[in-house]
Ligand binder design. Structure first.
Ligand SMILES: Cc1ncc(COP(=O)(O)O)c(C=O)c1O
Length: 376
């Protein structure tokens, strides 16, 4: 029997009603910039990630820019990176006047292929940058071992991967830098916002200054949090950015964090269901998740023959599906950097993302699987 048509979006903005009270308090407090709410949000985030060297920022794009800057990336340098990601991963390379060197990916996960990273290292390589695609952690041990061996900093874009873990360790505790996003449609959001985790305390201290013009906020305030003398009476040895989070976003973030474990459970429950129920369906291939990896499953990715036909069929039945991103090396802003990447080509031909978020319940996931199993 054909089930009643549902309408299931690929993404949905999570916003608990409980944000209203703290938000109202902040809005009329006269203290909307970085202050106690940001400190509270950071303290909760540090516990969640398990890394004390974690700070809030105003976006993941800012976090990536800061990480590249602290890794020493500047004009003319090379950054080894994956083209199969959001352009936000790679735009900061160009904005620092450096050059992306594209690396191929694992066709089973969409993540960067560590073997190819080594082959692409030159004397100008300053950083290795990669995404945890859809929240599936990349091969973090191998990538970080290469970085350590060659003296190159490793930057992990975990915009889609908050709460994921790798061999028992949380994402955010492993690479030199891990960048998170709290943009509107991520697992949790702060309107817009981000975070950056560091493995090195000195990098963390530098990051805290660079996120606010290069000023050491702690050195310019007394123990009660009041400005010592003039707020601009300070030493700025290195020019920074305006990348800090504000109290309005942090007030939302504090409430959002309370829901995160439930959100992650729902995403994982749905992904586990799809992995089992769609396995072996003709015309479909499942992603392969290595032993010890617990993805955050921001969306569920599968590989389909005649992918566009399947996507059209799903749309007709009210299920939104989509390619997550397209290869970044096609964009004019990276002109002159193209490379032959057979893995990327194969992946982009058949990859399709379907909804698996907290808004997808038992009925919805069964409906999606049934529509796919009917064929297309
Ligand atoms: C993989 C990836 N990196 C970076 C970003 C940028 O995040 P933000 O919007 O917080 O700057 C996104 C967000 O869409 C993303 O998906």
């Amino acid at each position: 029997m054909t089930k009643k048509k549902m309408n299931i979006p690929l993404f949905k903005v999570h916003m608990p009603g409980s944000v209203m009270k703290p938000l109202k308090e902040v809005l009329f407090s006269g203290l909307v910039n970085e202050g106690v709410q940001v400190m509270e949000f950071e303290s909760r985030l540090r516990k969640l990630v398990g890394n004390p060297f974690t700070m809030a920022t105003n976006s993941c794009t800012s976090s990536i820019t800061l990480a590249l800057k602290i890794a020493g990336v500047g004009p003319g340098d090379e950054v080894i990176t994956s083209p199969m990601t959001c352009v936000a991963t790679n735009a900061p390379i160009s904005n620092l006047f450096a050059r992306p060197v594209w690396c191929d990916i694992d066709v089973n996960t969409g993540n960067i292929d560590p073997v190819q990273i080594e082959e692409k290292i030159t004397g100008r390589t300053k950083a290795i940058l990669f995404v945890d695609w859809t929240g599936i952690p990349a091969d973090l041990d191998k990538i970080n071992a290469i970085g350590r061996k060659r003296g190159i900093k490793v930057i992990e874009d975990a915009a889609q991967g908050i709460g994921a873990s790798y061999k028992g360790r949380s994402v955010g505790c492993i690479s030199d830098f891990t960048c998170f996003s709290f943009q509107a449609i991520k697992h949790i959001n702060t309107g817009d916002g981000g975070a950056l985790s560091f493995s090195d305390e000195n990098d963390f201290k530098r990051g805290k200054k660079l996120k606010w013009f290069g000023i050491d906020r702690e050195a310019t305030k007394d123990s009660a949090g009041n400005w010592k003398g003039s707020r601009w009476d300070c030493v700025i040895p290195e020019a920074g950015y305006k990348f800090h989070m504000n109290n309005i976003d942090a007030a939302i973030g504090i409430e959002q964090l309370k829901s995160l474990s439930g959100i992650l459970k729902a995403h994982r429950r749905n992904a586990e269901y799809f992995l089992k129920s769609l396995n072996g369906v003709a015309g479909i291939r499942m992603p392969k998740i290595a032993e010890g990896i617990l993805p955050a499953w921001w969306v569920f990715m599968l590989f389909a023959e005649r992918r566009d036909d399947l996507s059209r069929k799903l749309a007709e039945r009210g299920v939104h599906s989509s390619l997550l991103h397209v290869r970044n090396d096609i964009y004019g802003c990276f002109e002159g950097s193209s490379a032959l990447l057979p893995g990327v080509e194969k992946f982009q031909d058949c990859e399709l993302c379907i909804p698996c978020g907290w808004w997808v319940g038992k009925d919805e996931r069964e409906y999606i699987a049934d529509v796919i199993k009917e064929g297309w």
